[in-house]
Design a protein around this ligand. Structure first.
Ligand SMILES: Cc1ncc(COP(=O)(O)O)c(C=O)c1O
Length: 444
């Protein structure tokens, strides 16, 4: 008799799963039951090596006792308290801790922190702050936001409007936005190690959109310094610097969406540090609590914060916030997470591993179907040629195959995306890459 997975004994009917082919999944489910360090364990007791830090969020690996103990203590002490016209010390403490790591030089640090509950909320918050700031400084006609094709900024109405992934957009109405072209250019840049050499001129799209719409209608431009969700798209050398220059020239705020690149993914605390470009606002989530408790945060410079601290002192300056902004339990998880990052040097560990990671990934060049390999910090992508008339199915098959062999990878279309926890050992990098290599050789 065939072995029956415990996954088939769970009632799967009621949970409407996000970003999932519900019917396909429920017919052949993959269920995780536990996690520790670099490994998940599925419901049948099989170990699964985590090649994706969950969903780009468990940077310090799984099952961190310091975090669970902090959460337990906080829950028993103060489970919830409002932050509207009220406060609790741990929210201020956590904001102060985050401010220590905030990018920006002396006097220009992005050290004002607005808490949210997720990356999507961080994005919508940053867009609203940008528009409100422009109005506060007498630039009330600036309400349009510029995003980029293939950008992913979560699923709020603001985020999908500035995002550039058609499936997330086609069904829903949007706020005023326009888009620069994306920077993926496999033809010119295939198999480049690190940042692509071609494409800096794509930043001039911002100038072109200014000429089209008028600078006085544009509040901000938002980009991921490195796009993760669309399949790891890297900025060409000099691109982000040029975007900064054009934005400054026209009074447009620059927002970096660092939901993925924040907290050590590229080998620096933030992507802004890696690229040496300081934006006006940064959105974060995921690694802020090591994924343990939902949370996000927007980092703003003093120019923005002070610009909004106007009007009578008894007036609310920004009509925006969430019940869970600065949730005490999330703050406790976040503080414990930062302690781990600091103690274990995880905000810079990816820099030590980056060369080995790069070499390991690029050793897959020449395997069946591989048309490009991209890497930066501890992020990697292996792009496969799509099957004729069935885009996405080849990478999906590799994903399912890897899972059953004991490796979690992520796929977007026909791109395999990798982002292991920052605690990954060199030997495990070898394992991840050789398991993918084997799966590629098996793939039809
Ligand atoms: C760059 C970026 N922004 C925003 C989000 C949305 O975050 P969340 O899913 O927490 O709402 C993501 C999620 O992957 C992301 O990668």
């Amino acid at each position: 008799m065939d072995h029956v997975s415990k996954a088939n004994t769970v009632n799967l009917e009621n949970f409407w799963m996000p970003f999932t082919a519900n019917r396909q999944f429920k017919a052949a489910p993959r269920l995780l039951a536990a996690a520790d360090g670099m490994y998940y364990t599925d419901v049948d007791g099989n170990k699964v090596l985590d090649g994706t830090a969950g969903l780009w969020c468990c940077n310090a690996g799984h099952g961190r006792k310091k975090i669970s103990q902090a959460v337990e203590r906080q829950l028993a002490t103060l489970d919830f308290a409002p932050t509207f016209q009220m406060g609790h010390p741990i929210a201020f403490d956590f904001a102060a801790k985050l401010a220590e790591h905030a990018p920006g030089g002396p006097g220009a640090k992005l050290d004002r922190v607005f808490f949210t509950g997720s990356g999507s909320e961080s994005v919508d918050t940053a867009l609203k702050i940008a528009i409100a700031y422009q109005r506060a400084i007498g630039q009330g006609t600036r309400t349009r936001i510029i995003g980029r094709e293939k950008g992913y900024h979560g699923v709020g109405f603001g985020g999908i409007s500035v995002g550039g992934l058609v499936n997330n957009r086609r069904v829903f109405p949007q706020i005023p936005a326009d888009h620069m072209r994306h920077t993926l250019d496999v033809e010119r840049n295939a198999f480049t190690k690190g940042l692509p050499t071609h494409g800096v001129e794509l930043a001039d799209d911002l100038e072109r959109l200014v000429q089209l719409h008028g600078a006085e209608t544009i509040a901000a431009v938002i980009v991921e310094p490195m796009s993760g969700s669309a399949g790891v798209i890297l900025p060409p050398k000099g691109y982000l610097e040029r975007l900064r220059t054009i934005a400054d020239k026209h009074g447009i705020l620059l927002i970096f969406d660092e939901v993925i690149t924040g907290f050590g993914r590229l080998g620096t605390p933030f992507g802004s540090d890696y690229f040496g470009v300081t934006p006006d606002l940064i959105t974060t989530a995921k690694g802020i609590t090591n994924g343990a408790i939902p949370m996000g945060a927007v980092f703003a410079g003093r120019k923005i914060y002070d610009g909004l601290m106007t009007g009578p002192e008894n007036a609310i300056e920004l009509f925006h916030g969430y019940t869970y902004s600065g949730h005490p339990v999330a703050c406790a998880a976040g503080l414990a997470t930062m302690e781990i990052y600091e103690e274990e040097g995880l905000l810079t560990r990816a820099a030590d591993l980056a060369a080995d990671w790069e070499n390991a990934l690029h050793s897959l060049k020449g395997l069946p179907h591989v048309v490009d390999i991209r890497n930066l910090g501890l992020v990697g992508a292996i792009e496969l040629a799509p099957r004729e008339n069935a885009p996405g199915t080849r990478a999906y098959d590799v994903f399912v195959d890897c899972f059953h062999k004991g490796l979690l990878i992520r796929v977007t279309g026909d791109i395999i995306a990798l982002s292991p926890p920052l605690i990954v050992e060199r030997e495990q990098i070898g394992t991840i890459v050789s398991m993918i290599g084997d799966a590629l050789k098996r793939a039809a």
